[in-house]
Design a protein around this ligand. Sequence first.
Ligand code: SF4
Ligand code: SF4
Length: 459
Amino acid sequence: MNTPADEKKGLDVIAAIQRAGVVGCGGAGFPTHAKLKGEIHHLILNGAECEPLLRTDRYLMIHHAAQIVSAATAVKQAVGAQKCTIALKGSYQEETAALERAIREQDAPVSIHKMRSFYPAGDEQVIVAEVTQQVIPPAGIPLDVGCVVSNVGTMYNVSLALEGKPVTHKYLTVSGMVKKPTVVCVPLGTSFAQCLELAGGIPEGDWIAIAGGPMMGRRLTRELALESPVIKTTSGILILPPDSLLARKEQITLLHMYQRARSACIQCRRCTDLCPRHLLGHPLEPHRIMRQMATLALEGNAVDSRILKSAALCCECGICETFACPMQLQPRRVNAMLKQELAKEKVRWNKGEGQREPSPWREGRKAPTKRVAARVGVLEYYDRCGTSGLEEGTPAQVTLPLQQHIGAPPVAVVKEGERVSAGQLIAAAPEGALSANLHASIEGVIVSVGNAIVIRKEG
Ligand code: SF4
Ligand code: SF4
């Protein structure tokens, strides 16, 4: 049981995380201080890095294991958790050795859980089931089973926050058809173009970029990619040929996709059988959603809206369309569109509704990461990016969007023409709102303040 002194120390840790503007390093970027509330029994660090081609978390686990472990210990104590586990793949031998060494040296109350190399091992719901054998209810969050999941990259930022250093830099992977795939570390607001320079230069000719991993990343045109800035949630930049499988999938219009779904879905149910959420016992059956979409077209509104509503349970991992479907259909894209509609109508799935036992076939139906990479057409880049090298760079100018995370954007506290030092607060989270502070990532002069704050180095 925590003493008042422990509680004060815990509040200090969470306040330091809040001051530093730490948000989840991948995904939507949930502000970390807000996540560390409630009855937390088990702190789980996500070191799965399950997106094929990303190497950022693996780099951090090898080269900053001591910081990750000490931050995990501090957070575990701060929230009064009984357990802390770092979950990573059994095949990450160097990462495991570095973390085990740090745990030993610090005599840290942290254990390691090794998982098979499958996708999406890093999905919050999947990783909780892997580590605790408990299933988060449909539409629930890890806290519903007493867990909090935090990425190892986030925990590295927590370690800096506990030294009084705010989030100013970002580690990310630059991979694909670049000359020198590598992990880079750059100030927030650095353009993707400058990151590409660190990876051997901007590729000539035509290409597309993916911000993030090949399975869940966001596709960008060449032009948009070159001017996009690195933000707190950027985990990687992938450069792929314009005729790659991923590029071709994105080119299919919504209308064409529906027509194909109606005419070509053979109801084989492979999308459902391999869906990681369905395998956990959640009532998500993409093959039924696809059938309903066809019915909708043929019979107007004669559909079971509960089936369409279940799209809200989809994590958009993409297994159904890139790995499972033999007809190259896109259940994930259908679900993503339905989720937007449901959000607009404020329709939610009731937490726990329709929960079943996990599938007895779950173990055998996990999708091996390398096979997923092959199916998505990026296998040739799979082993090109290592985990030993790091490229660093500081640009002459950075563009820092205020909205870098889920929730309300912070409010600018600087003006045009003002000089700022690296690490200085430039936008503050509104009192009481779910938000995160933003700090200058380089020293310089404020060039403009709008939806983004631009800072230019002097001299
Ligand atoms: S896997 Fe493809 S063809 Fe089979 S049911 Fe799902 S969407 Fe239809
Ligand atoms: S994207 Fe497909 S496989 Fe993944 S959770 Fe959604 S329906 Fe299931």
